[in-house]
Design a protein around this ligand. Sequence first.
Ligand code: SAM
Length: 282
Amino acid sequence: MSEVVEGTLYLVPTPIGNLSDMTSRAAEILRDADIVACEDTRHTRILLTHLGIERPVVSYHEHNKKEAGPKLIEALQAGRSVAQVSDAGMPVISDPGADLVKLALAEQIPVVPLPGPNAALTALIASGLDARQFVFVGFLPRTTANRKELLASVKSIPFTLIFYEAPHRLKETLKILREALGDREAVTARELTKKFETFRRGRLSELLDGLSEEAPRGEYVVLVEGFRGEAEEAGPEGSWEEEALELARTLPVKEAARQISAKWNRSRREVYQYLLRETANS
Ligand code: SAM
C-alpha cells in the first residue's frame, strides 16, 4: 500500500550522479504522488523514465516560483499530493523548495522530508576534515561586498566550512578563500558518486597550484578546515619572504622552501619558486 497521503508535500532527494543512489522509498513517492514538481522537466523526465515512472511533472524553479508556488499550494489544498524534486540532491539545499515549504507550512499543509543524496555531506564524510561540527555555506555570493561580509562572518568559526562552486569559478573561489581565511587545509571533492570522482587534499595554495591551466571540469564541493585559534590569526612575526631569503643563504633552496612552507602555511611550490626567482641573479 502506498504511503502517499493526500494533500501532503513530499521533499524528495534525487541522485547527485549515480542513479543507483535513488532510494526505493523516494522512487515510491515519485510513483504515487499526484504531481511531481521539478526544477527542469526534461531532466526529471529522464530520471522518471529510468525508474519506469509515468507522472505529470510541473516546473517549479527560482524564476517561476512566485506563480508556480501558489498553484501548487492550491493543488495541495484540493487534496492532491505533491512530490518536489530538484535537478540533483536534496531540494531546498542550494536548490528551489524553501519558499514552497514556507508557503505550505503557513497553510498547515503537512511537509514530509525524505533522506537521500546530498553533495555537501557526501564530500564531508570522506574529506578527512573534522566532521563533528561543520557549517554549510553553499555558493558564495557574487558581489564582492556580500562575499567579504559572509566570509568575515565565518572566518573565526572553529568548524569545517563547506562550499559549493561551479567549475568555471573554482580557481577564483579558492583564491578568494585563501585571501579571506588564510592558507588553510582544504579538500576539493569532484564528481561525487560518478566515474571520475576525485578528492584532492592540501592547503588552499597547494590545491590552486594543482589545478591545470584549463578551467576545471565537473562538479565540485570545497571544504575548508575551521579556524584553529588565535595563533593562526597572529601568524609568525616578520614576513615569510624575508625569512626564506635569510634561510636560503645557508640552506639549499629546496630545504629552505620546505621549512618556510611548514612554518608559514604557504605552499612549498610557491616558496620554492619565489626563492628561485629571487636568488637567480645573486
Ligand atoms: N541540492 C544539491 C545537494 O543536495 O547537494 C545541491 C544543488 S547545487 C545547485 C549544485 C552544486 O552542488 C554544484 O555546483 C556542486 O557544488 C554541488 N554538487 C552537486 N552534485 C555534485 C557532485 N556529484 N559532485 C560534487 N559536487 C556536486
